[in-house]
Design a protein around this ligand. Structure first.
Ligand SMILES: Nc1nc2c(ncn2[C@@H]2O[C@H](COP(=O)(O)OP(=O)(O)OP(=O)(O)O)[C@@H](O)[C@H]2O)c(=O)[nH]1
Ligand SMILES: [Mg+2]
Length: 425
């Protein structure tokens, strides 16, 4: 059985909403008065309805696309729920989430010694938190007058999170969709303070971001990764960082070879050559597509082959076509992972246009660079959510090799809600 909650200024209004959504099939489990009518404030009632899964109406089902209809990810990924209402429901079940708000740096948190605070200090901290919440509530009382014109109205407790998310550059449709599903599923118990609302949101967003976890090659299996993308986004720098990671920084040292496929820009080959010399890596250059297969072949002894490509404007069909011709010469002999590299500093619509142009290359994963140069991260969130393409890496600065991060949804959500903070990397 599925448990749903609906609210309204009277129980019958809440019931009406339930009928519109799920028809007559549901069973009323409980009616609760959340708060009484007061000066300038409507009364609020919540009803809880139980419904058999197979009785859910088509209207309601529109939010719950079966997972089997969604394109599967090719490799092991984090536990991603593209279906927001499903994710929202799951999170509602764990209303008493005990995990900390930010878990990206698990390693550090886990090794830290437990702190034993005096009781008085704990009480003072709890009082301060309560005060903070009251201040936020007062700020948010002004919210209703200026809340955005949506079909649903955003309650004041959500004002802060709505503001944060909309200022992050997230696609507006995604934000509205998340909001309406959240309002439908989030139990009232969780709306009590801004920390639980934020935690709920954090968990929900994390569940919505597809991530490709780093996988090292199995013995005898070669891993070939090609970076493609617009000009100057950091492809070559990222190749150098990834090469250093696999050849020197992991517990096992892998044999890494480089291929540079940049026939347009003088100096492009030299840039990667320098890194290859410093790291003592084999490197091959490709000028014409037919040379591509033999370049890969001559690096057969490597565990990893990293291919750098010429930067190309998303609107320059000719250059993208040339990369495509190279990939075609592979004839399926090797599995080439195509990573689309994009800067996080451009707005969602530009990211989407770039993705659309490069999608002819059958993109496997996304990599975002220049996270250190932006303050909004909703654009990245929206692109990966929209395209369902997992993110593999983030680049957070110019330094080779240290400014590379293997993608994690916790890290991205932390950036989205609290901004990028180098000290947390
Ligand atoms: N701030 C910042 N700068 C970066 C980052 N990644 C790369 N850069 C810088 O961006 C500039 C371009 O980097 P490249 O690696 O040459 O970019 P590219 O995509 O190979 O460029 P083309 O080959 O010309 O298409 C360099 O100055 C890099 O140091 C990053 O994550 N943050
Ligand atoms: Mg380059």
């Amino acid at each position: 059985m599925k448990i749903l909650t609906f609210t309204g200024s009277t129980p019958s209004e809440a019931l009406k909403k339930a009928k519109i959504e799920i028809g007559d099939e549901g069973m009323l489990i409980e009616t609760r008065e959340i708060h009484k009518k007061a000066l300038g404030r409507e009364a609020l009632y919540e009803i809880i309805i139980g419904i058999e899964e197979n009785n859910i109406s088509e209207t309601y089902k529109k939010y719950t696309k079966p997972l089997q209809e969604q394109k599967p990810l090719k490799q092991k990924s984090e536990d991603v729920l593209y279906d927001i209402s499903h994710a929202a429901k799951q999170i509602s079940k764990i209303a008493d989430v005990k995990e900390p708000l930010y878990e990206y740096n698990n390693k550090k948190t886990n090794t830290a010694k437990p702190s034993y605070e005096p009781k008085e200090l704990k009480e003072i901290k709890s009082e301060i938190n309560k005060l903070g919440d009251k201040v936020k509530l007062i700020q948010n009382m002004f919210w209703e007058e200026k809340s955005p014109e949506l079909e649903i109205s955003i309650p004041p407790e959500f004002a802060e999170i709505y503001r944060l998310a909309s200022q992050s550059g997230m696609n507006k449709n995604h934000l509205d969709e998340i909001m309406s599903i959240t309002l439908e599923h989030m139990p009232y118990k969780m709306r009590e303070n801004s920390t639980t609302v934020k935690r709920y949101f954090q968990t929900l967003l994390r569940k919505m971001i597809p991530i490709r976890r780093e996988s090292v090659p199995a013995p005898g299996v070669k891993k070939i990764v090609m970076l493609v993308g617009p000009t100057g986004v950091g492809k070559t720098t990222s190749i150098a960082k990834i090469a250093a990671r696999y050849s020197y920084l992991l517990q096992k040292r892998y044999k890494v070879g480089l291929v540079v496929l940049d026939t347009y820009r003088i100096g492009a080959v030299e840039q990667l050559m320098q890194y290859a010399r410093m790291m003592k890596l084999g490197i091959e250059t490709v000028v014409d597509p037919p040379e591509f297969a033999s370049a890969i072949n001559s690096l057969k002894y490597c565990d990893y082959i990293l291919i750098d490509t010429m930067g190309s404007s998303p609107y320059d069909r000719e250059k993208i076509e040339k990369i495509y011709e190279c990939l075609e010469t592979n004839n399926g002999d090797y599995n080439i992972d195509v990573v689309l590299v994009m800067p996080s500093s451009i707005k969602y619509d530009d990211l989407k246009a770039t993705y659309d142009s490069f999608s002819t290359l059958n993109i496997d994963t996304l990599m975002f660079t220049k996270l250190d140069e932006t303050i909004g991260f909703g654009n990245i969130f929206s692109l990966s959510y929209e395209t369902k393409k997992p993110i593999s890496y983030f680049s957070v600065g110019q330094e080779v090799p240290e400014d590379l991060i293997c993608a994690s949804s916790s890290f991205l959500v932390e950036c989205l809600l609290n901004g990028f903070n180098r000290s947390k990397v």
